[in-house]
Design a binder for this molecule. Structure first.
Ligand code: IPE
Ligand code: IPE
Ligand code: MG
Length: 242
C-alpha cells in the first residue's frame, strides 16, 4: 500500500453478511461463518502489517442469542475452535487479544477459550484485537453505570471524578476512540456496536459480504478513509486536509 496513506489508529469492523454469502451459494448459513474465520485471519495479518494499532471486531451481539439454537451453538463451537486453534498464529504476529462483552450467558467452554487466548497474548505489543462477543453498546453503558454507582456508593470515587476520560476508562476495555467503522454487506446501521466510541468515527459501508472482505477490499476502505475530511467540530484546515 502507498506509504503516504493515513492509517486509522482504531478500526471497527461489523462483520456482516455471512448468512447471505452462504445462502446465495446454495450452502447452509453456517458455512458463511466458517468461511468468515479464514477471511478474518487474512485481515488480522494485513491490519498488523499496514500499521493498524487497534481493531474492534463485532463477532456476536447481545441480540444474536435470538437466533435459532442450532446457529448459536455452531457459532459458540466456532469461537472455541478459533481461539484454541485458528487464531494461535496471532501469538507469533505480536497481536494482543482482548474481549468486550458480557460473560453471562456464554458457555463455560467459550469463556475458557477466551481467557486462554487473552492470557497467551497479553504481552504482545503490535495490533490489539478487541473481539466484541456477546457485546452490545446498551449493555456496556449499563454495566459501566452500575460499576461507577458501586464505586460511588463505597466511597471510592466522588462525583467530580466522573469525567469523559473516566467513563472511557470504565468501558469493557480502555481503548482509544474509533476512527473508522466498516460494516460489510450493505446494511446501513450500527446494530448496537460501540455507539459511544464511534462518536467521531468515519463510516464505510461496502456491499460485499464479510467472507469476501479480503485484504484488497480492506485497502479500498483505507483509500476511502483517506478521502474523508475529519473536523471534530472544528473548522476545516485546508492545508492539513489537502
Ligand atoms: C454476521 O453475519 C455474523 C453474525 C452476526 C454472527 P450474519 O449471520 O448476520 O449474516 P446475514 O446478515 O444474515 O447475511
Ligand atoms: C450485527 O449483525 C452483529 C454482528 C455482525 C456480529 P446482525 O446481522 O446481527 O444485525 P442486524 O440484525 O441485521 O441489525
Ligand atoms: Mg446480519
Amino acid at each position: 500500500m502507498n506509504e503516504e496513506l493515513k492509517i486509522p489508529n482504531h478500526v471497527g469492523i461489523i462483520m456482516d453478511g455471512n448468512g447471505r454469502w452462504a445462502t446465495e451459494r446454495g450452502m447452509v448459513r453456517t458455512m458463511g461463518h466458517k468461511t468468515a474465520v479464514n477471511t478474518l485471519k487474512g485481515l488480522c495479518t494485513h491490519m498488523a502489517d499496514v500499521g493498524v494499532k487497534y481493531a474492534s471486531l463485532y463477532a456476536f451481539s447481545t441480540e444474536n442469542f435470538k437466533r435459532d439454537k442450532s446457529e448459536v451453538d455452531y457459532l459458540m463451537n466456532l469461537f472455541i475452535s478459533s481461539f484454541k486453534k485458528e487464531f494461535k498464529f496471532l501469538l507469533e504476529r505480536n497481536v494482543r487479544v482482548v474481549f468486550s462483552g458480557r460473560r453471562e450467558p456464554l458457555p463455560e467452554k467459550v469463556l475458557e477459550a477466551m481467557d486462554e487466548i487473552v492470557e497467551d497474548t497479553k504481552n504482545n505489543t503490535n495490533l490489539t484485537l478487541n473481539i466484541c462477543l456477546n457485546y452490545g453498546s446498551h449493555a456496556e453503558i449499563t454495566d459501566m453505570t452500575k460499576k461507577l454507582c458501586e464505586l460511588y456508593k463505597n466511597g471510592e470515587i466522588n462525583l467530580e471524578d466522573i469525567t469523559d476520560e473516566y467513563i472511557q476508562k470504565n468501558m469493557y476495555q480502555d481503548l482509544p476512540p474509533l476512527d473508522f467503522v466498516i460494516r460489510t454487506s450493505g446494511e446501513l446501521r450500527l446494530s448496537n456496536f460501540m455507539m459511544y466510541q464511534a462518536s467521531y468515527a468515519e463510516f464505510y459501508f461496502p456491499k460485499v459480504y464479510f467472507p469476501d472482505f479480503n485484504e484488497e477490499e480492506f485497502d479500498k476502505a483505507i483509500l476511502e478513509f483517506n478521502k474523508r475530511n475529519r473536523r471534530f467540530g472544528g473548522i476545516k484546515n485546508e492545508k492539513e486536509n489537502n
